[in-house]
Structures are given as C-alpha cells and as structure tokens.
Design a protein around this ligand. Structure first.
Ligand code: G4P
Length: 536
C-alpha cells in the first residue's frame, strides 16, 4: 500500500450517460451544488454549448475552451473526491462520447420517466456493458407524468439486458407525485418542490410502519397503491447484491426529479457508497492495481485547438495508478521517450487550473505537441506497463470524400490523416479496386462538418462530401475468411481500413445477419480493435 492510498481510495470517477434532454446537465448541476463547486445550479455550461444545431457549430468551436473545460468536472462531497466525465450528446455525439466511457469506473444512466430507454442511452449502454462496469440508473422527471414504474423497469431489463433493483420507489407522478419510498430504510420521503438551484427543501421522512402518518402525508388512494406495490416488489424484483452491481449485472434504480431537486442528494449518497474506488486495469497479462503501482495513465481523448495560429492539442489522460507529480519524468511507452508532461491541468467546474499533483482516478489534460495517440500509455521510466488499447467504435454515417483541387493531394492526405489520428473520423479505402478514393466514417454527423471546416481552415484544402447510404460497419475477425469469395447481400460493400484490414458496409442490419448466415465460419465485430479494454 502506498502512503497516498487514502487519496486514491476516496476517488470516484464516473460518466453520466443519457439520451439528449433526459436531464443529464440538470443532474450534474445539482451534484455540483451539493459538492459546493458552484453556488447556483445552472452555471455548469451555457445552454449554447449544451445544445446547438449543426449550423451553430463554428460558433461553438470558437468557444471550444468552454467545451473542453466542461468535459471533466471534479468536486468534493463528504470527503470523497468525485470526477464526473461528460459524455457529449446531441449533434456533437461522436467517438469521443464512447471513449470517455473507457476512462470511467462506473456510469450513471439518466432516463426520462415519460420516455423510457431511448436510442442514445441504448448505444452508450452497450459500451458500458462491454466493459462490465457498474451502472446506476436515475429515473428522472417524476414531477411530470411518467410511464408505469413496473413497465419502466421491465423495459430496462428487456432492452438493455441488465437486471434492475429499485432502491427507492416513486409514489405517484406528475401532479400527484408525493415522494419516494426508500426500500432499504423502509421509510417514505415526501416530495417537496424547491426552487431551481436551491438545495433540497422541506421533506418529511416517515417510517412505512407508521400507517397513520403515511396516510396523512400521501392520502388514502396513494398509500393503498404503495403498500400493494411494496409487497409486489419484495416478491418480484431482484435482490440487491453489491457483487452483481460491481460486475455490471444489476443496476440499482433510483427515482427523482433533478429539476425540482428531489431525490438527488439521496441518490448521490447511495451511489457513492455502492460504486467503486478506481479500478485496476489490464496491461498484458497483469492487472495494474491503482495502489500498488507508481504513476501510470492512458490517453483517452485528444482535443485539437481550433486556433489556426497555434495548432496545439490537449491530450486527456486517465490516471490508472499511483500519484502524478508535475515535476516528475515519465515514459511515453508508444513513443519510447522519457519526458515531463507539459502544462498539466485539472478541470474544476468551469475553470482550468495548472496542477502540481493528481492521483489514480483523476483525469488530467496535458499539452500535446503532436506525439500522443488515443490509447497510449504513460508510466514511470522503470515500469513496463502498456494498457490495452481503446477500441474503434463503429461509425454509423459514411461519405465519399472528393477533393476539389487535385493538385493539393499532399496537403489533403496530411490533413485527413492527422484528423483521423485525433480520432474524430475514421478513414477507409475501396477494397481492391485500385482507386485512391477515401471513404470517411463518423459516429456523429457533426464530424462531417468538422472535417470539412478543418481541412479548409487548417490545411487549405476544399472537399466535397458525398453521403453514402450505409449505416452498419463490421470488421471481419475470422482469420480464414476468403474475402474475395464472400457471399454477401446486394447492399453490401467491401472496404479496407488504413492497415489493410477488410471491412464490410451494409445499409441495413438485416443484411448483416443474412451475410453471416450465408458464410459459415464468418465472424464480424462492431469494434475495430482486437484489444478491448476489460477490467477483469
Ligand atoms: P440533457 O443534459 O440530458 O440534454 O438535459 P437537460 O438537463 O438540459 O434537461 C433537458 C430539459 O429537461 C430542460 O428543460 C430541463 O430543465 C428539463 N428537466 C431536467 N430535469 C427535469 C426534471 O426532473 N423535471 C422536469 N419537469 N424537467 C426537467 P428545457 O425547457 O429544455 O430547458 P430550460 O429552459 O428549463 O433550462
């Protein structure tokens, strides 16, 4: 045990995942409010950055400083040091959104009670599921009309394939929302709508056995429904099992209303108890324990500055073990160089500060002179650590890139390759046609605009993007597949990545299944990297 293991063990690093508008920003603001990181909720990020249309993109990028700083938030609560990783949503949904999940030790899934499981939640959940990290569910907006509670849980179980265990239970919803029943403490907490931005207001806590007081507080009809539901729940729902939660097999479910600040602090308290301290990570055959090893980290995100004059980049690293000291010499494993990390910074609420030390669980951003790539490991010079890479996530939008001035081929290739290295886009080529044309794939459509804008502004190259109809990409993982004689569907297209790995594009999901049926032994994967980070 290191002498700073106290610092490491009080860290909790998690991402919040949700479909746009479910209340992720509002919930984050309330967390920060409890942590005292902000005085008034509402100042986490301007609405302009929170949601925007594609046409606003350039404005947003001008304010990129803001979006960088709001991507990791650190605050203290009850002697815990909490790191929240923001997963960009809306139009700026991109591979970065997925990669951020690689840096988290657990995830909070926010669901709108009137909408249930939505598309983006489903996608993000898949990545969390792949890593087997604990997932906590906050069902939000109970102050509005909500879907049936049992149906909501059923939907999570069926759609996401994870067992649910309600820790509390809502009493009514919308105009008749009366509060929640805490199943562990066996008491009800009555609803109080407090002003946006203030801490939780006057609520009453009544033991469920005190029937008279319960009746007075929530009325006859509600209490009779509640007693029935409690009975039903105790018989039907999964038992709370911390081991199952930690393995990502069971999600504890909480109900509340982020906007009116009801149930948020209770959620935070339970969550901090149930979630994990910084998890060990795999390097080859070895599990690197955060406490047993000196400093090590991996790069999960690279953000280029849009300022043409200074093409500087910030590399975001997740510290996996030990203590980071700004003065120490570290080894960049992939580059084979020993160096000091330049301008290390930590992100506090809405400001950046240069930091002198940080611990396993923390995220630091360092100046990157163009040497780091996503997935790279940094460790002490004497150590031999190389963390498993970050997978390439399946793009869902594709376009053929036409270069308008063919004389500028060199700049074009340089620009598009550099942008691909940052991980904003993925580039592919035609398979065996001898054509040099480039096909670009992105996770979120905004990346097309980013690519066009950056090639023009940073590399002086104009391009035209011709959208392609494909939505599904699969890497071929079976070794003995004869690509040339694959029996595909009529909508299938063969391409290759820059390492000459063959891939298949499909217009619809049905064709993926059909192609698998027609080619026994064919194995396809949605993730492009053979080394998928795992925790166990
Ligand atoms: P997001 O980050 O997940 O995209 O969601 P965000 O927090 O921005 O919330 C989306 C909208 O839902 C906002 O309303 C927000 O006020 C509202 N909201 C969040 N939590 C709750 C809740 O518990 N109850 C209710 N009734 N509404 C909630 P908006 O009108 O789009 O924005 P604003 O003008 O209110 O800020």
């Amino acid at each position: 045990m290191s002498d700073y293991s106290n610092e490491i063990n009080r860290r909790r690093t998690f991402a919040i995942i949700s479909h746009p508008d479910a209340g992720k920003t509002t919930l984050t603001e309330k967390f920060l409010l409890y942590g005292g990181a902000i005085n008034l909720a509402g100042s986490v990020k301007g609405k302009a950055t929170a949601r925007h249309a594609v046409s606003d993109w350039m404005e947003i990028e001008k304010e990129r400083g803001i979006s960088v700083t709001s991507s990791v938030l650190q605050f203290e609560y009850n002697d815990k040091c909490i790191n929240i990783l923001d997963t960009p949503g809306h139009q700026d949904f991109s591979e970065d959104t997925y990669r951020t999940l690689m840096a988290a030790d657990s995830a909070v899934m926010v669901i709108d009670a009137s909408k249930g499981v939505e598309a983006q939640t489903r996608k993000l959940f898949k990545v969390c599921g792949m890593r087997g990290i604990p997932i906590f569910t906050f069902i939000n907006k109970l102050d509005r009309d909500a879907n049936d509670t049992f149906e909501l849980l059923d939907e999570i179980e069926k759609e996401l394939g994870i067992a649910t265990c309600p820790i509390n239970w809502p009493i009514g919803c919308g105009k008749t929302f009366k509060g929640v029943y805490d199943r562990q403490k066996e008491e009800i907490i009555t609803y109080s709508d407090t002003q946006k931005g203030t801490k939780e207001g006057e609520t009453k806590v009544i033991p469920i056995g005190n029937k008279e007081e319960v009746l007075n507080a929530i009325g006859e009809e509600r209490s009779s429904v509640l007693y029935d539901e409690i009975e039903l729940l105790d018989g039907a729902s999964a038992e709370y099992d911390l081991e199952e939660v930690r393995n990502g097999k069971l999600t504890p479910v909480f109900f509340g209303s982020a906007l009116t600040n009801f149930g948020v602090e209770t959620f935070l308290q339970y969550f901090l108890e149930m979630t994990t301290t910084p998890l060990p990570r795999r390097s080859g055959e070895e599990l690197i324990d955060p406490n047993e090893h000196d400093f090590s980290a991996f790069v999960f995100k690279i953000q280029a500055n849009m300022n043409k004059a200074h093409r500087d980049r910030v590399a975001f690293m997740r510290i996996c073990s030990g203590r980071f000291d700004a003065n120490m010499e570290v080894k960049h494993v992939q580059g084979g160089k020993v160096m000091r990390l330049s301008q290390p910074q930590q992100i506090m609420a809405d400001e950046r500060k240069i930091l002198s030390e940080a611990y396993a669980g923390d995220i630091i951003g360092v100046f990157d002179p163009g040497i780091f790539s996503i997935g790279d490991t940094i460790c002490m010079p004497k150590e031999n650590i190389q963390y498993e890479g970050i997978p390439t996530f399946a793009p869902e939008h594709f376009a053929r890139v036409r270069q308008l001035d063919t004389m500028k081929r060199k700049q074009f290739v340089k620009g598009i390759t550099q942008i691909a290295q940052e991980g904003a886009i993925q580039i592919f080529q035609e398979y065996n046609t001898g054509l040099e044309e480039i096909i670009v794939g992105v996770v979120g459509v905004l990346q097309f605009d980013v690519l066009k804008y950056r090639l023009e502004n940073e590399y002086n190259v104009e391009i035209r993007l011709e959208p392609l109809p494909y939505e599904h990409i699969r890497w071929i993982v079976s070794k003995d597949t004869d690509i040339d004689h694959l029996t595909g569907t009529s909508d299938m297209k063969k391409i290759k990545d820059l390492k000459d790995n063959p891939l298949l594009l499909f217009i619809n999901a049905w064709s993926v299944g059909m192609t698998l049926d027609r080619n026994p032994g064919l194995e396809l994967s949605e993730f492009g990297n053979i080394s998928t980070p795992s925790l166990k």
